[in-house]
Design a binder for this molecule. Structure first.
Ligand code: SF4
Length: 361
């Protein structure tokens, strides 16, 4: 496989806002001073925003949830002491290039560094937005690793956003993995149905549906009920009608959705759209994201309200990934062993107990 083929992606032509002047001309948005500061400096994760997603924004609201997720601010320059460039320690779990093997039964493949939108809360911001994609040789090495490790049952195809790859490139990628491991279950992790649903067309869905044998799931990231627009729901409908299940992982984000009422509307809206609310993730300790972080105490109080109001079908699992790759902790039940001030003792899925120092508001 040629490197150029792998880098070919869907992000060409109109429909994308790439800089401050396009933001002004397409959206007539007057930026706040903390937003213009970022555009002057352009440090860290790049900026890219689909016009469709920008159109969901109420431009007269400076704290609009779409705006907070998509327009960078100078708050991203501030790195809190507990924040890390690689908050989940993924680099320590890469047996071969682009493949992360942190849990015995599943692995994650970084299919591309490109996304349709660079979410300002992205925890993998150290990787996303960079023009890096695996070569054909590196894909084969990852597939060989899967073949040698039959304990891996599921492969998360992530990045970056795998649905920014061309249909040909993604088909080839999935084909190689299935050649080496016919039984591997795919999870396609994507924000495309949320931020650029027009990419979800019949040809793409048909290609994905061809891999349903032995399991293929689409995992989305809806964070606010406004994102469940008609266009977005139609895109999901196309996926569901092909027989591919769709599950959602929401990130709990300060100012965006740290409100039980907003999350209730979101989870009920997801169920109505045929999407299963899977996880509500407590935000990770990624550099430059402290303005999005919700204290654990507040997160657990919100979840308590959700548990009281939502049906079991609409209730996601509330969880946090421990910094440094120490595993996932369920905050829905017995994960919190002890809490004293901002210091928590948390139990991971292997029954190990770790100290978690929370961010204080
Ligand atoms: S689409 Fe996913 S990987 Fe890309 S910036 Fe958003 S959260 Fe990060």
């Amino acid at each position: 496989m040629k490197q150029e083929k792998q880098n070919t992606n869907t992000l060409t032509g109109p429909g994308l806002i790439r800089d401050q002047s396009e933001l002004r001309s397409q959206l007539n948005l007057s930026l706040r001073s903390d937003e213009t500061a970022w555009f002057r400096a352009e440090k860290g994760m790049p900026f890219l925003l689909p016009s469709y997603y920008a159109g969901l924004m109420n431009i007269s609201d400076p704290h609009d949830p779409i705006r907070l997720q998509s327009i960078p601010t100078d708050k991203e320059f501030a790195v809190a002491p507990q924040e890390l460039p690689d908050p989940l320690g993924e680099k320590n779990f890469m047996p071969v290039d682009f493949l992360i093997h942190r849990y015995a039964s599943r692995a994650l493949f970084l299919s591309t560094g490109i996304c349709a939108m660079y979410c300002r809360h992205c925890f993998r911001r150290n990787y996303t937005g960079k023009l890096q994609a695996p070569t054909g040789k590196q894909i084969v090495s990852a597939a060989q690793y899967l073949k040698d490790h039959v304990e891996i049952k599921e492969l998360l195809i992530s990045g970056g956003d795998p649905l920014t790859l061309s249909i040909v490139s993604l088909d080839r990628l999935l084909g190689i993995f299935r050649d080496y491991r016919p039984d591997i279950v795919f999870r396609i992790c994507t924000r495309i149905p949320v931020v650029m649903p027009q990419v979800i067309g019949g040809t793409l869905v048909e290609m994905l549906a061809a891999y349903r044998k032995n399991g293929l799931y689409v995992i989305t990231q809806y964070n606010h009920p406004v994102e469940l627009s008609f266009e977005s729901r139609e895109a999901v409908r196309l996926i569901l009608d092909s027989g591919i299940p769709v599950l959602n992982q929401t990130v709990l984000l300060k100012g965006v959705n740290d409100d039980a009422g907003v999350l209730e509307d979101l989870m009920n809206g997801l169920v109505g759209a045929g999407i299963i609310p899977y996880y509500l993730f407590h935000p990770d300790m990624a550099e430059g994201t402290s303005h999005f972080r919700v204290p654990l105490k507040r997160g657990t109080a919100i979840f308590k309200q959700l548990r009281a109001e939502l049906s079991r079908l609409a209730l996601p699992e509330y969880a946090v990934d421990l910094p440094g790759g120490l595993g996932k902790v369920s905050l829905s039940d017995s994960g919190i062993v002890e809490a004293a001030g901002n210091e928590y003792k948390l139990r991971n899925s292997n029954n190990q107990i770790f100290t978690y120092i929370d961010f204080i508001e």
